[in-house]
Design a protein around this ligand. Sequence first.
Ligand code: GDP
Length: 304
Amino acid sequence: EALDKGLEKTKQNFFSRLGRAIVGKSKVDDEVLDELENILIAADVGVDTTLKIIRRIEARVQRDKYVNTAELNRILREEIAALLAENQTEELNDFELPPRDTPYVMLVVGVNGVGKTTTIGKLAAQFKQKGKKVMLGAADTFRAAAVDQLKMWGERAGVPVVELGMGKDPASVAYEATKRALEEKADLLIIDTAGRLHNKTNLMNELAKIKRTIQKLIPDAPHEVLLVLDGSTGQNAVIQAREFTKVTDVSAIAITKLDGTAKGGVVIGISDEFKIPIKYIGVGEKIEDLQIFNRYEFVDSLFE
Ligand code: GDP
């Protein structure tokens, strides 16, 4: 399965090290817990979340007096699944949208290079395959390449892209795209936005203006603000999430490039820190490599 393959490196990082930590030991003791702490931190779970997991395992060791190292895998898996369950308030089964009379509007935010355009293209293709009428809005007008790249993905997915060209007011593009989505009775409008984090005030104002403009046509929009993060950057993705959640309300997270990285533990840390549902994960470059995040499948892929 693509997910298993995608998470292979993270899994190896977990298990080969966990295996070495318990070799020749039968009991989970402080030494094993210390090594487990190092392993979780090395997998980019993050310090706070790691300590939370370690404390929970310590509590079980204390309660049960003696915990066999052979059981450590199962316990760790249970604790990670439980932690994810606390924070994944919403869980999708498939690429699906709540039923609506007007288009469902998704605003996509994230810094350049994280895989934002690719994720939008993959989402467009997936929802189209489900029979939805999809439209894209090219409101990242700051970079010429961004508009062109979105158009390329639009062609590939077979969905129209509304654009006014580079340098145009992003809010105007968003307005135009929303108008057309309404006229053409689209089910889903995905709007790409610029992600200039080094200019936070501008970004905040720009996103606020885009939202106000869309709301002139669809008062309860946007229905989703999706933050795209690059999982292969580990703790950098966490820092970006902190910055973006200060700039705008984020309702869902997509974590890309989990294939080819051993830092997949960052998914656990991000879920724990932000309490924002992780809805999608990217495990490769193909359209079907954008997957619905499911906590059970994720944990299974790490531990089986
Ligand atoms: P943007 O600047 O954020 O819009 O980033 P792009 O969408 O252009 O993506 C940057 C690079 O990351 C491209 O080469 C993509 O093919 C690649 N990419 C995006 N998502 C994934 C993923 O899940 N796995 C892998 N391996 N590459 C990805």
